[in-house]
Design a binder for this molecule. Structure first.
Ligand SMILES: Cc1cc2nc3c(=O)[nH]c(=O)nc-3n(C[C@H](O)[C@H](O)[C@H](O)COP(=O)(O)OP(=O)(O)OC[C@H]3O[C@@H](n4cnc5c(N)ncnc54)[C@H](O)[C@@H]3O)c2cc1C
Length: 365
């Protein structure tokens, strides 16, 4: 596994669950000294099951079912405060999919208007059992499970090069030139987030297109203490004007959903976004005028060309499996990817992909 963000942890969990004796058989290589140092801990952590894209729509609903299953062991992982969203497009799969499973009834949306002070109101649809995932609790659950199952983590190990022979990776090298030999049945999982494409293109082979875009998040503090502290506010998302906010201890986490293409690892924040953000957010949520920005940061979202995650065997390198391009939904979809990864690795083994699935990298060729 290359990368210990949410994609790498999910892939390791999926494989470990399917492998009775996995002790010392799964190795996770992470260039940092800890897991989830980048996008997987600097995001807004919103768990959202309302999606207009058919593939994502089904994936996020399956993800909710999977989260319910995990929570039976881990304890509650989501603050179910609800999501009140004014969507850009309808989720046409909502009814047909949800009606098949009684445990999904709570993620069926209803029209709702929310009234604030000063006559301000927000119209949208409410999805009750959405909210904010506790990303640290979720990561801890995955890490604990993996360490109990004997999965080996190699921190401070940047995989710098992969060596290919006869369409198979035979060796990977870390940045110090140390080589790790692969045996006949080993596979490599590319879960390197925004670095995923660079990692493979270094070996001069074709790669599925996964591109990196920067987005800023802002934390707004109230000048008038505890204005909203006794209100159970859902996440508020105006998709038509592309802004969302969520309440958090006397402040709001917010973004104007900026999106600028950049290169892997570029986490520098851009001062120019502050004005754009303020203009945008105050036009939609005027009650935030007495808040100030206490801090802001940039984070990366990595998308494939069709914005669907890239999960499956590489069409050109037989023992390379992709879990990348999780885009702006990585925290929400990662539980839903567990059965997908298990299905793909079990049914296809190290063989070439003959039957593309919606996530398969082969769709780009
Ligand atoms: C502003 C913002 C808000 C977001 N909000 C939400 C949200 O509300 N809800 C939601 O569901 N999703 C959200 N997301 C999306 C989510 O954060 C991402 O989809 C997810 O974190 C991607 O995880 P990843 O594991 O693919 O990437 P990363 O977290 O970047 O992990 C990749 C890992 O690979 C390691 N790595 C890279 N190259 C190498 C190498 N060569 N050798 C060893 N290790 C390597 C890196 O160090 C890193 O740890 C948001 C994203 C952004 C930017």
């Amino acid at each position: 596994m290359i990368g210990a963000g949410i994609a790498g942890l999910t892939a390791a969990y999926s494989l470990a669950e399917n492998t009775p004796d996995c002790k010392n058989k799964i190795h996770v290589y992470e260039k940092e000294s800890l897991p989830c140092m980048f996008s997987s801990s600097r995001n807004a952590a919103i768990f959202r099951t309302y999606e207009s894209d058919p593939t994502l729509s089904i994936l996020v609903k399956n993800s909710y079912r999977q989260l319910l299953k995990i929570e039976k062991t881990s304890g509650q992982l989501m603050d179910r405060r609800g999501l009140l969203i004014d969507p850009l497009e309808l989720d046409y799969y909502e009814d047909s999919f949800i009606n098949q499973y009684p445990d999904l009834s709570e993620i069926k949306s209803n029209l709702k208007q929310m009234n604030f002070n000063d006559g301000y109101f927000f119209n949208g649809i409410m999805v009750k059992e959405n909210g904010v995932i506790d990303i640290h609790a979720y990561q801890n659950f995955l890490l604990k499970y993996l360490s109990k199952r004997g999965i080996v983590f190699h921190y401070n190990t940047c995989i710098d090069d992969i060596e290919i022979q006869s369409d198979k990776i035979i060796r990977i090298h870390d940045a110090n030139g140390f080589g790790i030999n692969l045996s006949e049945n080993d596979m490599v999982v590319n879960a390197a987030g925004s670095w995923a494409m660079d990692l493979i293109s270094k070996a001069r082979v074709k790669t599925p297109p996964v591109m990196t875009f920067k987005r800023h998040l802002f934390f707004l503090r109230s000048k008038t203490e505890h204005q909203f502290s006794n209100i159970n506010l859902p996440v508020l998302w105006d998709e038509k004007r592309d802004v969302y906010i969520r309440y958090e201890s006397n402040g709001f986490l917010a973004t104007h959903c900026d999106q600028r293409e950049t290169f892997a690892g570029d986490y520098s924040s851009d001062e120019k976004e502050v004005d754009r953000f303020l203009k945008s957010i105050l036009s939609v949520f005027p009650f935030l005028k007495d808040h100030h920005i206490s801090r802001y940061w940039a984070c990366l979202r990595t998308f494939s060309l069709d914005q669907i995650p890239v999960v499956g065997f590489d069409p050109f390198i037989k023992n390379l499996f992709w879990v990348a391009g999780l885009g702006g939904r990585g925290m929400t979809i990662s539980p839903g990817l567990i059965p997908e990864i298990q299905k793909l690795t079990l049914t296809q083994g190290l063989n070439h992909v003959k039957q593309p699935n919606p996530y398969s990298p082969i769709r780009f060729y």
